[in-house]
Ligand binder design. Sequence first.
Ligand code: PGA
Length: 286
Amino acid sequence: MRKLGRGRRIRANALGELALKSKKVMTQTLKQKSFKKLVVANWKMHGNLKQNETLLKDFVATISNLKNTQVVVCAPYPYLAQLQSLLQDTDIAWGAQNLAKEEIGAFTGEVSAAMLKDFAARYVIIGHSERSTAYCESDENIAKKFVTAKNHGLTPILCVGETLIEREAGVMEMVVGKQLDTIIKLYGPDVFVDAVISYEPIWAIGTGLAATPAQAKSMHQFIRNKISALNNNVGNRLKILYGGSVNPQNAVQLFEVSNIDGGLIGKCSLNAKEFEGICQAAEKAN
Ligand code: PGA
């Protein structure tokens, strides 16, 4: 073999390292890219047995066997049994919109993680701003619910996001960073393994004014970087959804953005055609 001089050897080594590094980055990007998209219906306090049945049957007929997209329906507690009976033989998963931080006991009106598991729920939304604002949920409370869900094998969908005033003041990253820090300080970054974070700018929820793909991209990048800096593997595997006025039209552009791994859908998840359109946008974006 031809011998290289010292200078060339150093350059060759450096080139080798560079090639290795870019291979690693490529595999990571591929890994990130090979995620299934996740589209979650958040029905909020809507529905009744009859309407739900029609809607769920439509979902099953149109979006129950997508290849690249996991669809989830999060309904009010009383309908979990209905979700289980209508969705159990399909690829659509289901979940709740909240849970108690406690395990069991004298907590009138609360519903525990174990109870959700009794109805084969796999997901639970945590810290949605409509709850944290109206029911004064602190970040610490939300953190406890997050870890309770994890301890029971439920996938928590943690909602984070800033108000319009905070965005206009340019402190949105500080606000979202603080929401994440509460969990990280209490339980460490590894608690985010296989969890889902949903970036939900409060000004975009139910207003018809979605974040632009650029605004969402930058916040999703911030969230991933923050977790990756503490544990690269956990950060890479984290699914980050966008929520706030997603419709079948803006979903096309939003889901094309790298780092947007799906969406949390309120209003449009109550309409079978619109929800199908959003799920199809996710399916095509992969
Ligand atoms: P929206 O709700 O789609 O009606 O804006 C989104 C959400 O609350 O997550």
